[in-house]
Design a protein around this ligand. Sequence first.
Ligand code: GSH
Length: 223
Amino acid sequence: MSKHVLYSFRRCPYAIRARMALAQAEINCELRELMLRDKPKDMLKHSPKGTVPVFITQPGQVIDESKDVMLWALQQNDPDDWLHDLEISLQLIEKIDHEFKPLLDRYKYADRHPEMTDSEHRDLTLPHIKALNEKLERSEFLLSNQITLADIAVFPFIRQYAFVNKKWFDDLPYTALKKWLQHFLDAELFHNIMPKCRLYNDGFSYQFPDYVLSNIKHSNRAL
Ligand SMILES: N[C@@H](CCC(=O)N[C@@H](CS)C(=O)NCC(=O)O)C(=O)O
């Protein structure tokens, strides 16, 4: 392969955290935007499990877990030392990915889980939200006054959570968490990785992180 390749879906929180780490590390790659209902065949050939993000390094190593893409990127270049307190970051990410995320999905898609009411689903998420807020009352970011991998990995999920019902979220008494979320929503890094993209399956890809559009003229090409 002539350059690194990233298969991504703009709104996916896992893909957002991967793009933020790749941009922070100034890793250049070809970004291939997809729709989850129409995944590129060449992505599935490399990663049959069919989740995004999928990152393929220039020598051809397939990295198809968002946390691993973040780690790979920051191990190449970590200008602001996001990898400090790595063990604690990884523990928090584990908790968010495996405990909070399933509850977030149930809250977001409560109609698919009629065994409980919307507000009962939402109530189950609150201990996690409260715990994050308590951390952020102690320091500016989740682990300290410096950004770590944990902040970048967790932020896209809290963003998703907040926007399920923004009015309700804004009325929560968790001021520290809301301030932290706003910090990342306003960050240049976040804005830089969120442009709307045309689809790889329609023949387009982008130079990342600059988002220069290139027309690749063919879709589903073999890598
Ligand atoms: N553990 C994976 C999870 C990635 C994931 O589940 N991504 C979602 C999109 S947000 C996905 O690709 N789902 C597959 C589908 O809906 O077909 C990671 O961290 O990369």
